[in-house]
Design a binder for this molecule. Sequence first.
Ligand code: UD1
Length: 442
Amino acid sequence: MSLSQNRCALLGDMHWARRIGFRAMDKLRIVGGQRLEGAVTISGAKNAALPQIAAALLSPYPLELTNLPGVTDVANMLGVVGLHGAVVTRSAHAATIDTGKAVSKETSYDTVRKMRATVLVLGPLLARFGHARVSLPGGCAIGARPVDMHVAALAALGAEIAIEGGLIVAAAPNGLRGARIVLSSPSVGATETAMMAATTAKGETEILNAAREPEVADLAACLNAMGARIEGAGTHRILIEGGSSWRAATHDIIPDRIEAGTYAVAAAITGGQLELTHARLEHMASVVQLLEATGVKIWPGDRGLIVSRGGPLKAADVTTEPYPGFPTDLQAQFMALMCCAEGASLLRETIFENRFMHVPELMRLGANIKLQGTMALVRGGEKLRGAQVMATDLRASVSLVLAALVSEGETTINRVYHLDRGYEQLDRKLRLCGAEIERISA
Ligand code: UD1
């Protein structure tokens, strides 16, 4: 990225952060060396909440979501359904979304560019109103991330789709028809788009090679509470009986397995012990298996999971994969951990092509990492020392926080709003467990 491109990206980021009420220039100051101990409450899953907020547009009856995480991506998504006429009533960890008077308006480039998950309104708007206009997202910090599979799924359900002026223009004037949809790879978002759109189609839809993420199963549970008839979500084959009879519903969002994995790494990297309240072992098998291979101990407690490390950290290799494999959303955090392990580890990223943006920043802290294409070779055991660092996406930022917790001296992390997008009160949760961490307001 050139200097001027970098400046443009920064100005764009600042504008967005200001628009949603967060302080773009806030920083985190961390003094490393504290062993973390105590309990951390794991919030509701951001990646489950976002499609469920979009799903509220399907039905004219109110949807109440509970265990909603207090993160800016959620606030932003509630704003997006608000732009379509939804009335949102919020409390600290819940929202009621009433779309009785909603309409299908254009979802602009500015909106989708800032948060790709906004594209999830496409399926519900098309399914309920028979037409939708949603901007193509374009590239983002972690890669090209096309939406061709979302579009192909809607076309298979009978929608007419055109790309006009950067917009996906979708129409189904006579309604959608149930169909067999075979996804070319198990995309989470495309599975969710197909599942939501199929709820109003005539007849049955079968989605093959569906994503199996717990967030997909949780969306199906939410849709079923709203009146849909979906079976098989969480497996490769999902069946949807169309023509849903909608009703008012309440749904409790599952805990965030990525947030839980992040705090598990926080316990491991600091040689501490944390109780992850609400964390669910059944959603974290690959993460638990990998952490155990590095010498971390994990066991179920009365309120969630307990993670502890007393002995040395051993190096381990990992490849990111669709669920139930090791999640790409924990790759950066695991890399921070491997920087402190004895020996070398090989990390292979297979989901996103540009997801090593944290590497040069970890190296500023003293990490020894070599990148080759989709592989990163981490030689652990180098002493990390505090520095000023900057990150470009949510998970990259949090990997720097984790590394800073064990770096000698002080680390300053810029662009804290990346963290606010997906981690509820990260600095407070860490401070309560003994971290020396402070948010510096601009
Ligand atoms: C979701 C998660 C994100 C996570 C990712 C993979 C949400 C809101 N976000 O993103 O945190 O990192 O799953 O676990 O749930 N692809 C295409 N064409 C498409 C759709 C996807 O080529 O139409 C590609 C993507 O570029 C990527 C891969 O498929 O390389 C997986 O993407 P996908 O599973 O769709 O991720 P998201 O739903 O965007």
